[in-house]
Design a protein around this ligand. Structure first.
Ligand code: PMP
Length: 398
């Protein structure tokens, strides 16, 4: 049987149209934008065209900045550490949400060791930030709010318009990590002012090893990589030009195709959620029922462990996840699910399915057929499963 890939949040294939666009930049068009000769000039033109294409993706003005980095972790480091160091004379307080990605959580731990104060805004049972708590946490020392557009794990979409309005009202900078949502949720900085945004290339079907940080017009932050002064002095190091070309092409395609892709994926997602909740007793949806990413379905099942589920699905050539790939090898329950109020044992029975550009309807159908059988099998083996459930459990026939 062919592999069924339902783990698009952890890695995406590069779109073949992107690969084609990148190819000449490995061989013929190999120049360095820092060089003064013709080949360098051509590379500079390519770099600036790519920069404009990324700005176009979020409707950013020409006088804003896109800083190319090597991955989303680096963009997040640059956003938080660069802002903290630049504005430390203004204040030393930073706010994040309780369910931020591990990269943000660990960066603020570092900043705490450097003397910054960090507050975490709680979320409701669906993982949505409590806006009134956010308002109350802001004080005279607050310089930055960093809250992702959406959860990469449970798929809940944050009210980032309201967060942006609160930040503006209080004169605090607002950074958002848009990695989880950038393939399914448009961002228009003309409509919703955001000061700093983290993007990654692979999350829109571009190559790995390249990402960006958007900076609102006029905003300066301190560099974290010091060297030759590339990227307006904010990120030194020679450019990964073929990667940047691929990233820009991926953004151009995504901008054009996002609307139809989102419709298709949310349709699959809704079928998946409905069928799984219908056919598997004691199954639940994690995250918000409607304010959720079009490609995200995150479940939990009583009495079984997510890891066993993943391994059983692996036997059937189905690739799925329990939660965030960046923390999948720890035994700790997901901090996101715990913040939503789940007990440790509930958080352990999770399954994250993420769909993408190359997902086919037959793959969804296969999953809907196989998953109830796998859950049933594991429940029969689990000492936690109540006998009544096993008795009344109706085996799903092929
Ligand atoms: N932010 C979010 C929301 C993510 O899901 C990830 C992981 N893909 C990252 C940041 C870090 O990305 P990377 O590992 O590519 O640096």
């Amino acid at each position: 049987m062919e592999n069924i890939y339902l783990d698009y949040q952890s890695a995406k294939p590069v779109d073949p149209r992107v690969v084609e666009e990148m190819m000449p930049y490995f061989t013929d068009k190999f120049g360095n934008p820092a060089s003064l000769h013709n080949i360098g000039d051509e590379a500079t033109d390519t770099l600036e065209t790519a920069r404009s294409m990324i700005k176009d993706f979020i409707n950013a003005s020409e006088d804003s900045k896109i800083i190319f980095t090597s991955n989303a972790t680096e963009s997040n480091n640059l956003a938080l550490i660069g802002t903290a160091m630049r504005y430390k004379n203004k204040g030393n307080h930073i706010i994040i949400s309780e369910i931020e990605h591990i990269s943000i959580r660990n960066i603020v731990k570092y900043l705490e060791r450097e003397g910054f104060q960090v507050s975490k805004v709680p979320v409701d049972q669906y993982g949505i930030v409590r806006l009134e708590k956010l308002q109350n946490l802001i004080n005279d020392e607050t310089i930055l709010i960093s809250i992702s557009t959406a959860s990469n794990e449970i798929g809940s979409i944050q009210p980032f318009e309201e967060i942006s309005a609160i930040a503006r009202d209080k004169g605090v900078l607002f950074h958002t990590d848009a990695v989880a949502s950038e393939s399914v949720l448009p961002i228009d900085v003309n409509q919703v002012p955001i000061d700093l945004i983290t993007f990654s290339s692979n999350d829109i079907y571009g190559p790995k090893g390249v990402a960006a940080l958007y900076l609102r017009k006029g905003l300066r932050i301190n560099p974290i990589l010091i060297g030759g002064g590339q990227e307006f002095g904010m990120r030194s190091g020679s450019h990964n030009l073929h990667g940047i070309v691929g990233f820009a092409k991926a953004a151009e395609i995504m901008k054009r195709e996002m609307e139809s892709e989102t419709k298709r994926l949310s349709n699959y997602r809704d079928i998946l959620i409905k069928k799984i909740l219908e056919t598997i007793p004691k199954s639940y949806l994690n995250g918000h029922p409607t304010k959720r990413l079009a490609h995200n379905a995150h479940f939990r099942f009583d009495y079984i462990e997510g890891e066993s589920l993943i391994l059983d699905l692996k036997e059937q050539n189905i690739a799925a996840a329990t939660g965030s790939a960046c923390t999948s090898k720890t035994l700790e329950p997901s901090h996101t699910l715990i913040s939503c109020g789940l007990l440790h044992e509930e958080a352990h029975g999770s399954l994250l399915l993420t769909l993408g550009r190359f997902t086919q309807e037959e793959e969804i159908e296969q999953l809907i057929k196989i998953l109830p059988q796998v859950v049933h099998r594991l429940r029969r083996l689990s000492p936690l499963t109540p006998r009544e459930l096993l008795k009344q459990y109706r085996e799903v026939k092929n």
